[in-house]
Ligand binder design. Structure first.
Ligand code: DQA
Length: 144
């Protein structure tokens, strides 16, 4: 099975209790299980990680670049200002899909800017946890 990394940025470990009106009632564990199960059905071996630390997330993107591993990435708040994350993403060659649970463009103005979108293969936002499933399907379909 093809390996895929599903990487999550700050505060996503608090899904379930964090602003459930925006992010829903399912926990990060629920999200991990959903991604692994969706991956199994698509022939992908999915590993799910979460960190609140920008340096750690950048390190994981380096790892994915070095091993040419496809990535589903929810950069969370780093989406809007992390040039370090953007520069790390620019180094990879395998597909990377930016995902968001909510639709940032329908929220506060500061969320309308993604500094990573231009170096991602594509973006899926606004479908709740299903955004991850759709991103995994997109990666499975690329065959890269
Ligand atoms: C988010 C949207 C971001 O604006 C926010 O900072 C997050 C989560 C989402 O999945 O909807 O932490 O990436």
């Amino acid at each position: 099975m093809r390996p895929v990394l599903v990487l999550n940025g700050p505060n996503l470990g608090r899904l379930g209790s964090r602003e459930p009106d925006v992010y829903g009632a399912q926990t990060f564990e629920d999200l991990s299980a959903l991604c692994r199960e969706a991956g199994r059905e698509l022939g992908l071996s999915v590993e799910v990680r979460q960190t609140d630390d920008e340096a750690e997330l950048v390190g994981w993107i380096h790892e994915a670049a070095d091993t040419r591993t496809p990535v589903v990435l929810n950069p969370a708040a780093f989406t809007h200002y992390s040039y370090a994350l953007r520069d790390a993403i620019a180094q990879r060659t395998a597909p990377l899909v930016e995902v968001h649970i909510s639709n940032p463009n329908a929220r506060e103005t500061f969320r309308h800017t993604s500094v990573v979108a231009a170096v991602a293969t594509g973006t899926i936002a606004g479908f709740g946890l299903r955004s991850y499933e759709l991103a995994l399907r997109a990666i499975a379909d690329t065959g890269e």
